[in-house]
Ligand binder design. Structure first.
Ligand code: PRX
Length: 654
């Protein structure tokens, strides 16, 4: 995909300025944006201090903006005190108590409107219940929930009492859940009996039971929300029902006043080596960029109905579901299910019925919905939409144009937002009332974000269209604080080169003649499947854990909907299957990976060979495997290959 994208985007020079109608109502105009850039350029810290004072309600104002004494562990607003949940809920009560905070729609069609007053009360009740279960400031709480309002309530309640939440995506397996719970040392797990997804029930409670079986000794309590009502086993010494523990709790709860640099949450993401890492975000800085990006990139306004389709299990669902929209007093839609139930018109039906004005989703979803044809979206009234967004992977210009014309009716700007779990919020993205978008480019860094492209020596590449490493040179408020429990890994992963001067994003990129950024792909062994990061090594470890597998190598191959698909080369213990084909074994291994990691990691292709291609020093030739997976002619020098005869097997020709 990355390569194909480079090919198609290199020739992409169309520009799409915002319409006059959009500019007329946009909150940020060219002169104001320019002033922000200038201020940030002149005084980076002063700029962020101003914005932090304007956007956050502080219990105790900060005097110091940035503590860099232990860099690269930067601490923003270190002597300031605040509470994130207070900033999301309490401060809306004065003007917006009756405003709808959340329009929830279940996959089966149940709809609920929740006002800020109501949401505040429910969060307070649950926060009190958590306290009654013995959760205190700094404790870790793992949340393994469906995409329902209670997931947001659980996150907000943790933030309110200073507990550190770690949300695990409901599609992850028991084994992935167990690893994450153990790494966090969580005291408590919040789950549900199940959730509705794809017309089926996701067995969250059963999976939690499997994860905890004989493991995760730190967990004392499991809170279970009743969503589906189907039968689940409750362990009386450990499990409690959400309704039972909240029944008698008061609906106010004094927030825990936190240091701005205290941790707010951990979110696990894949890297190129080892186990997934717990990305730690802090309170003040994270909240600040959640707010600024809601304003600058989403142009959020009082009358908007905002819908970010991401699950709360991912960073996008943290910043643009659980925190950003609430901190800016917005009305947002939360939808439990998949876009194709009952049919591929579901997203557009939700947009129409709830009057969605800002819609934010991933290129993989756009491509999947594009495939079913224009007639489906054309059957819905999408005229309320005024702004569209994408995130997670490069969007190919064809999908961009379809999104722009068919969904946006040619009138809605598209914000292509580049950022990462580690950056906490948008870093490179258009300001929709100002930027002239180009299909496939995430455009320019936001004010106060000092991005650059550098070469191997850390020198800035200023020549147009020359690719290099994407780095961020100055700290920014919502930056990763550390990898939970592993400061050294944090330094090694993100600050490895150039004397630790730059944050290394792990992406390659180029800038065009206008200084616009084009993301080219990952520089490490991380795949981007449907906008989700998967480490090749993680999948390889899962495969070799299967009793019949001797060795495995995993690469990505382009996929027209998912962006990238998982391609695995497997060496079995014993005989290689006849002709390299064994459908039963393939099914078994796919299911195995699904159980070990989660369905998103299942390989699309598995090829069996007698051995893996290695250099004489024993290194797996991944570049070669990638070329074969793409079906490319082999141009690499294979003379160093120890076992050249297996090439035909790898190509599926023998
Ligand atoms: O490779 C980039 C890609 O997704 C990676 C971050 O993945 P994750 O931490 O899971 O967060 C995804 C949601 C923020 C990046 O290193 N990526 C993200 N957004 C874009 C993108 N690639 C191109 N264009 C984007 N807009």
């Amino acid at each position: 995909m990355a390569q194909e994208n480079i090919e198609s985007t290199l020739h992409e020079d169309r520009q799409f300025p915002p319409s006059k109608a959009f500019v007329d109502t946009a909150s940020l105009h060219a002169e104001q944006l320019e002033a922000l850039y200038q201020r940030a350029e002149q005084d980076h810290e002063g700029f962020w201090a101003d914005v932090a004072r304007a956007e956050i309600d502080w219990k105790q104002p900060f005097a110091k903006t940035l503590d860099d004494s232990n860099a690269p562990h930067y601490r923003w607003f270190p002597d300031g005190k605040l509470n994130v949940s207070y900033n999301c809920l309490d401060r809306q009560l004065e003007k917006n108590a009756d405003k709808t905070a959340i329009i929830f729609e279940g996959e089966q069609g149940d709809v609920e409107h929740i006002s800020y007053r109501d949401l505040h009360q429910r969060v307070c009740v649950f926060a009190n219940a958590l306290k009654a279960q013995g959760v205190t400031k700094g404790d870790r709480v793992v949340i393994y929930m469906p995409m329902i309002t209670e997931a947001v309530i659980a996150m907000q309640a943790c933030a309110r009492i200073g507990a550190i939440h770690s949300v695990v995506f409901g599609g992850f397996s028991a084994s992935s859940l167990k690893d994450r719970i153990e790494d966090t040392g969580a005291k408590l797990v919040i789950t549900a009996d199940g959730g509705h997804r794809g017309g089926k029930i996701v067995e969250l409670k059963n999976t939690t039971d499997q994860a905890l079986d004989g493991a995760c000794d730190t967990v004392e309590t499991v809170i279970v929300f009743k969503r589906t009502g189907h039968d689940v086993r409750m362990n009386p010494s450990r499990d409690v029902w959400w309704t039972d523990i909240t029944r008698d709790q008061p609906d106010t709860c004094e927030p825990e006043w936190m240091d701005a640099a205290d941790p707010l949450f951990l979110l696990y993401t894949s890297g190129s080596t080892g186990k997934p890492k717990g990305i730690q975000h802090g309170c003040g800085g994270y909240l600040l960029n959640a707010i600024t990006s809601m304003r600058w990139v989403f142009d959020i306004q009082d009358s908007d109905v905002f819908w970010c389709t991401a699950d709360v299990g991912w960073i996008t669902g943290h910043t643009y579901v659980a925190y950003g929209p609430l901190a800016t007093g917005a009305t947002q839609v939360i939808y439990e299910g998949v876009p194709t139930v009952p049919d591929a018109g579901r997203f557009w039906d939700v947009c129409q019925r709830h009057g969605v004005t800002i819609f934010y989703t991933a290129p993989t979803a756009i491509r999947a919905l594009m495939k079913v044809g224009d007639d489906v979206p054309k059957g819905y009234d999408l005229s309320a939409l005024r702004l569209l967004g994408t995130v997670g992977e490069p969007i190919n210009p064809e999908a961009w144009m379809w999104y722009y014309n068919v969904i946006g009716g040619g009138r809605c700007p598209i914000v292509d937002t580049w950022w990462q779990t580690e950056t906490g919020a948008h870093m490179i993205a258009p300001v929709p009332g100002v930027t002239h978008a180009k299909p496939g480019s995430c455009t320019r860094p936001l004010p106060g974000i000092d991005a650059a492209i550098v070469n191997d020596d850390g020198e800035e590449i200023t020549k147009a269209n020359q690719g290099g490493y994407l780095v961020i040179r100055k700290p920014w408020p919502s930056m990763i604080q550390t990898i939970w429990g592993d400061d050294q890994r944090y330094k090694d992963t993100y600050w490895p080169y150039f004397d630790g001067k730059f944050y290394l994003a792990g992406d390659s990129a180029r800038q065009d003649v206008d200084g616009f950024y084009w993301i080219m792909g990952r520089i490490d062994d991380v795949l981007n499947v449907s906008g989700h990061r998967l480490g090749t090594m993680e999948i390889e470890s899962a495969l070799v854990a299967h009793p019949k597998v001797a060795e495995a190598a995993v690469v990505g191959r382009p996929h027209d909907v998912k962006g990238e698909a998982v391609f695995a080369y497997v060496v079995l213990k014993g005989e290689r299957p006849e002709g390299g084909i064994d459908d039963e074994m393939t099914q078994e291994l796919r299911n195995w990976v699904g159980t070990e990691i989660g369905p998103i990691a299942k390989p699309d292709d598995i090829r069996y060979s007698d051995n893996l291609p290695k250099t004489r020093s024993g290194k797996i030739m991944r570049r070669l495997l990638r070329a074969i997976a793409k079906g490319e002619e082999i141009t690499q020098d294979t003379s160093t290959l120890e076992n050249e005869s297996i090439l035909l097997q790898l190509q599926g020709k023998a």
